[in-house]
Write a protein that binds this ligand. Structure first.
Ligand code: NAI
Ligand code: MG
Length: 487
């Protein structure tokens, strides 16, 4: 890996705390790498417990004494809309930085990630003045009502697969409800989050409301999770880290929302529109280099159409263009870093050793950057590692089914429960499965359809709480019951 040492072209970022750009107190930095060529993009100030302390105090003060939670909710909404105007004005630059840092095709960042992020913040801007309690008919001569108040300082820890979008999912409801934020972006992709903080300040979000502390999980992340001044943690990432967070937050009894991984079943019946199902199977696994928590990584295909359907899916995989994320014809860029790349390659090895058939792909692309061929395994059995574990890469496991009851049991036989999809023209079959599948989202005749208004989150070990939609506000609100004697 190249040294960032003395290269004058390498820029250095700072932490954003209390409206100021500051170096890490330790003076430490880390490099963020372009996964297409493994070169250093920038040196990033590395926050740790001391910087988190500073950020939490700022967020605490901004919440307890500042204008944000106290201002007319309509004005909060207006400032959030202005923030979105600023994001829109810089969409090309943001897409380029996102693509450079994460490896995703710039056209995807420009046309999917950032528009969805803007939609999310605008959606929650609209909620700012519509958050209301209720009047409750209690026994006796009392007026009883509830107020919905902001939970306080939110510690937000996000992953690297959708850096801008994950920041928007976290900031949208926090800002609308009047909370303040200490965010730790992923160490692989800190750059766009810092730029968003700059735009938020330009838009008029007061100092201390949003603080961004890039750094590593066990240092900066753990400090946020343990800090007594933080009221709530919102986390997206791996189950393993979520378990740490549950344990480490117990001492201060924090509210938690956890959005974790999946091994989502994508089920294709013989009576489906097979062209669009094949497209859905393809996008369901390969979108974002396979680095989606809701990836449709277990493709269940009805026996009677198995071979011809697999042919279609394999064909689409072979046509997928892997390469430079800045080339407008590229469909798939590199994996985010060496760790992810190696994890994926080791699962591909395991799949082969366990006796699955690698119908296409299975190799690295080139010898520089973390590119992996779109890969499809057939003849996969339920107990194989490639059918059980989240690979988080462009690796599809195809399984056969014939009996519907058995299918439901197999589809649900995982520790995860984030998403599922069903492809069929039979309306009742679709709704029966929508009911029986143990997942937070079920798509019928579509995949990866997201909307800021529709809640998203997991059953089982895919997490708890919901993001997006009206439900997404709940995680940032406390209910207060007020009872007044009238007589
Ligand atoms: P991770 O869960 O370790 O990292 C996600 C975030 O948590 C990062 O910001 C990281 O710095 C932070 N973190 C790590 N340890 C922490 C700790 N002890 N306390 C507080 N924060 C901590 O995920 P990682 O290591 O990047 O990826 C490993 C696997 O996790 C992936 O291969 C994939 O299977 C899964 N994953 C799932 C995601 C999802 O969207 N559900 C996103 C990213 C990863
Ligand atoms: Mg980790």
């Amino acid at each position: 890996m190249p040294e960032s040492g003395s290269d004058p072209l390498i820029r250095q970022t700072q932490l954003f705390i209390d409206g100021q750009w500051v170096p890490a107190q330790s003076g430490k930095t880390f490099d963020t790498i372009n996964p297409s060529n493994e070169e250093v993009i920038a040196r990033v100030a590395e926050g740790d417990a001391d910087d988190v302390e500073h950020a939490v105090l700022a967020a605490r003060r901004a919440f307890d004494e500042g204008p944000w939670a106290r201002m007319d909710a309509r004005d909060r909404g207006k400032i959030m809309h202005r923030f979105c105007d600023f994001i829109e004005a810089e969409i090309d630059e943001l897409a380029a930085i996102e693509s450079l840092d994460n490896g995703k095709p710039v056209k995807d960042a420009r046309s999917v990630d950032i528009p969805l992020a803007i939609e999310c913040i605008r959606y929650y801007a609209g909620w700012a003045d519509k958050i209301q309690g209720s009047t409750i008919p209690v026994r006796g001569d009392f007026l009883c009502y509830t107020r919905r108040e902001p939970v306080g300082v939110a510690g937000q820890i996000i992953p690297w697969n959708f850096p801008i979008l994950m920041a928007a999912w976290k900031w949208g409801p926090a800002l609308a409800t009047g909370c303040t934020v200490v965010m730790k972006p992923a160490e692989q992709t800190p750059l766009t989050c810092l730029r968003l903080a700059y735009l938020a300040q330009q838009a008029g979000i007061p100092d201390g409301v949003i603080n961004v502390v890039p750094g590593f999980g066990p240092t900066a992340g753990a400090a946020i999770v343990q800090h007594p001044g933080v009221d709530k943690i919102a986390f997206t990432g791996s189950g393993e880290t979520a378990q740490h967070i549950i344990r480490q937050s117990a001492g201060t009894m924090k509210r938690l929302t956890l959005e974790l991984g999946g091994k989502s079943p994508n089920i294709v019946f013989a009576d489906a529109d097979l062209e669009s199902a094949a497209e859905g199977a393809h996008i369901g696994i390969h979108l974002n280099q396979g680095q989606c928590c809701c990836a449709g990584s277990r493709l269940f295909v009805e026996d009677s159409i198995h071979d011809s359907f697999v042919e279609k899916v394999v064909d689409l995989s072979r046509k997928r263009r892997v390469g430079d994320p800045f080339d407008p014809t590229t469909d798939q860029g590199p994996q985010v870093d060496r760790d992810q790349f190696e994890k994926i390659m080791s699962y591909i090895d395991k799949g082969k050793k366990d006796g699955a058939v690698c119908a296409t792909g299975g190799q690295r692309v080139g010898d520089r950057g973390f590119f992996v061929e779109p890969t499809v395994f057939t003849e996969v059995r339920d107990e194989m590692a490639i059918a059980q574990d989240e690979i988080f890469g462009p690796v599809l496991s195809v399984l056969r089914f014939s009996d519907m009851e058995e299918l439901v049991r197999r589809a649900n036989a995982t520790t995860y429960g984030l998403a599922a999809a069903v492809w069929t023209r039979d309306v009742s079959k679709a709704h029966i499965l929508a009911k029986q599948l143990r997942a937070g989202t079920v798509w019928v005749n579509c995949y990866d359809v997201f909307d800021a208004a529709a809640p998203f989150g997991g059953f089982k070990q895919s997490g708890f709480g919901r993001e997006l939609g009206q439900r997404g506000l709940d995680a940032y609100l406390e209910d207060k019951t007020v009872t007044v004697r009238l007589g």
